[in-house]
Design a protein around this ligand. Sequence first.
Ligand SMILES: *Cc1c(COP(=O)(O)O)cnc(C)c1O
Length: 335
Amino acid sequence: MTIDLRSDTVTRPTAAMREAMARAEVGDDVFGDDPTVLRLQQRVAEMLGFEAALYVPSGTQSNLVALMTHCGRGDEYLVGQQAHCYRWEAGGAAVLGSIQPQPLPQQADGSIALADIAANIKPDDAHFARSRLLCLENTWGGRVLPQTYVQEATALARSKGLACHLDGARLFNAAVASGRSAAELAQPFDSVSVCFSKGLGAPVGSALCGSREFIQRAHRWRKMAGGGLRQAGIIAAGALHALEHHVDRLAEDHANARRLAEGLQGLPGVQVTPPQTNIVFVDLPAERAAGLVERLAERGVLCTGLYTLRFVTHLNVTADDIDRALPVLRELLSA
Ligand SMILES: *Cc1c(COP(=O)(O)O)cnc(C)c1O
């Protein structure tokens, strides 16, 4: 018995999803005639309230293509110090896009203080890179960004002539947890990236959404990045199936995360952050944390982390799995 709580990327396609993939009508998407890819792009654009969308192989490529579409050589983007599209994408925007990041500290809820945004938008002066873009992330560390903050931050950026991009890898988790539609959460942004391969449980892909004109320009960068795929309808069918069947059920993942967090209450020295969505963080004293991930794995419970352990619930984790993981966790986290 292994309960894999390392990430919501470990999900396997369901039987129904595989069937949809097997039945998918395909064409050559580089020629623009894969009907399933076209349907997926239309559907996700509609759900997020944009004119157009582009199916890309990964969230990393989606963010890279967005950055390269918004920014040119010598431009800069303002971004959280811990944000995925700054810290976790191998420096792609700088290396491949000649785009300078301006990383800024984040508050506990993932937001970047408005004063920090304002103070770091550069005047038009030959000494500075041109400030072109503000990037936010929702959810961030499993937290839903406060929507009033999103409104204020994007309005501030826009008042200084910047565009706004949202890394919404887990935007549907944010939508389900907040009771707002994905379109409402996406509305303040010029472009939004969403992942199909995380909580939605599809095997491959993300989508970048924006205006028709933006997506047209993004198309060229996707090709350059090597993201032009041929009979991509086979994998796009998995993503389309996920959009139709796996959005509302994210509430189950959130309930399972709460079940896990509640089950870990009361262990001496162990601090559990109450989850808003599908990610549970658990802080431990250093001496107890050493080698813990390995010991948990030997007992069939997989997670990641060092002093802060991270547990992610998803499509392939049931409430029963949580109940089976809890005694193991309670035993080893106390030892
Ligand atoms: C996973 C993730 C990505 C990147 O997605 P990949 O498909 O793994 O490249 C981008 N942003 C956030 C917030 C993510 O969690």
